[in-house]
Ligand binder design. Structure first.
Ligand SMILES: [Zn+2]
Length: 136
């Protein structure tokens, strides 16, 4: 297994309430020239935690951080006008908390970040670092 020191949170940057699945993200990422979906997990609107790229494989989600991180992404992140917004449903919030707790128990000492902590982007449209700090 790779050495994982970071758990990086993303959004799909799609409008609030619009349903997307791993197949959609896989398609978008292939169009961008990635070898399929770049995230390891995708949290759907109903709280389903879908698996993307296998954990042992390096992701394609955060330049300069892929080799030592796990990428997780929730569906949403934009309002109806296309502006950044924390659109997480209650089910997504719960699922993300459970997923991050699990990942932190497997990759002891890993720190949670938002994509925006490493890039000039709004992604994931909330302060992931702050929201998940202090979880051990
Ligand atoms: Zn991102």
């Amino acid at each position: 297994m790779r050495k994982i020191t970071e758990i990086i949170v993303h959004c799909t940057a799609t409008p609030e309430g619009r349903w997307h699945t791993v197949a959609d993200v896989d398609h978008w990422h292939r169009q961008r020239g990635f070898f399929g979906i770049g995230y390891h997990f995708l949290v759907l609107l109903d709280g389903t935690i879908a698996t993307g790229r296998p954990l042992w494989r390096v992701g394609a989600h955060c330049t300069g951080h892929n080799t030592h991180s796990v990428g997780i992404c929730y569906v949403g992140g934009l309002d109806a006008q296309g502006k950044p917004k924390d659109t997480r449903t209650p089910e997504q919030r719960k699922a993300m908390l459970q997923l991050i707790q699990l990942l932190k128990s497997v990759f002891v000492g890993a720190t949670v970040y938002g994509h925006r902590d490493f890039a000039a982007k709004a992604c994931p449209c909330f302060d992931a670092r702050k929201e998940y700090e202090g979880m051990e």
